[in-house]
Design a protein around this ligand. Structure first.
Ligand SMILES: Cc1ncc(COP(=O)(O)O)c(C=O)c1O
Length: 332
């Protein structure tokens, strides 16, 4: 039996639906196609972003299990950690973050917000992908706390449910606004967003292809990222009780946009951020949405995406990180 998403524990943290808007001036600057943007930078809590969709289900689960604190982790400027800290503040849970790097003399950008939201930061040096989450959770258990563990990026089956629900949301907007788009372009990194969307598209039988832009890898890697995505989607399907089974071939990833590396701002991101800001008054972030928009622009210019087929760019947020990149983004 397929489980009704409405019956799954969920904490309402977002302002939904986020707007779906047409970027007519950007579309014309690029000479077509029609470009729509799903504004998940406006999810609302703690300056917004995609991760709060995952956190609605993750923290709903944490509270259903009577947990009293949350442990997660990531890079020093992690959007997932910022949004977790904000969501914990809003729901009365203590937040522990395992962050890569050493404590800087003055926290800035996303990290500054972690502190404002009252998070307890555990500095982890070279461990930037939440490697120390289990040991921090163990220490909390040892003193009688009930930690809820959220993996790196919030990317497990429970978190990905946020993007199954997001697809139902955009399906209604497509119908209401008569949007004929068949492609959705997203930044893809820890996989929960991509996997959740793939299951959602399937459940709703939508003729839509989700194209993931590799943000922190330039090739599938070993084991291939698509295998990870298929595994994540299968875990979501199992949680929901659907018959669907996924294989790596079900996932469209586009690599080749890693440039100088993860979070290194190059000409691709710079041009995309400036173009969208100056034609639409909309900010992108340098790491995820800026890179993915740079990829979208490149795929339009090269003809890989046809100028006659409307496309949706899913803005996943991350904007506070822009203030970490003044030198690369400021006037020349
Ligand atoms: C702003 C932003 N966009 C996209 C992503 C990628 O989402 P996922 O990790 O679910 O692949 C992230 C992940 O950190 C993010 O912070």
């Amino acid at each position: 039996m397929v489980i009704d998403l409405d019956s799954v524990p969920r904490l309402r943290l977002n302002f939904l639906p986020t707007p779906l808007v047409e970027l007519a001036r950007l579309g014309s600057a690029l000479g077509g196609p029609r470009i729509f943007m799903k504004r998940d930078d406006l999810t609302g809590l703690g300056l917004g972003g995609n991760k709060t969709r995952k956190l609605e289900f993750l923290l709903g689960d944490a509270l259903a299990r009577s947990c009293d604190c949350v442990v997660t982790g990531g890079a020093m400027q992690s959007n997932h950690c910022r949004q977790t800290a904000a969501a914990c503040a809003a729901s009365g849970l203590e937040c522990h973050l395992a962050l890569g790097g050493e404590r800087p003399p003055a926290p800035s950008g996303t990290l500054l917000l972690d502190y404002l939201f009252g998070a307890h930061v555990h500095w982890c040096g070279g461990e930037t992908k939440g490697e120390r989450i289990p040991s921090i959770a163990g220490e909390l258990r040892a003193i009688g706390r009930r930690p809820y563990v959220i993996p790196f990026g919030g990317s497990n089956a429970v978190g990905a449910l946020g993007f199954v629900a997001a697809i139902a949301e955009i399906e209604r907007q497509f119908l209401d606004m008569n949007v004929p788009a068949r492609r959705i372009v997203i930044p893809s990194s820890s996989g929960g967003t991509h996997a959740g969307m793939a299951v959602g598209v399937d459940l709703h039988d939508m003729p839509v292809e989700v194209i993931g832009i590799g943000i922190d890898r330039d090739s599938p890697g070993e084991p291939p990222y698509e295998e990870e995505l298929a595994g994540a989607a299968n875990a979501v399907a199992a949680l929901l009780g659907t018959e669907a089974r996924y294989s790596p071939a079900d996932f469209h990833m586009r690599y080749g946009y890693l440039g100088g590396g993860y979070a290194v701002v190059g000409e691709l991101e710079r041009e995309a951020i400036r173009l969208v800001a100056s034609t639409e008054g909309i900010l992108l972030d340098p790491v995820y949405s800026g890179r993915a928009m740079g990829a979208l622009i490149d795929m339009i210019r090269s003809g890989e995406l046809s100028r006659s087929d409307p496309v949706v760019f899913w803005h996943t947020g991350g904007i506070p990180a822009i203030f970490e990149h003044e030198r690369e983004l400021g006037p020349a």
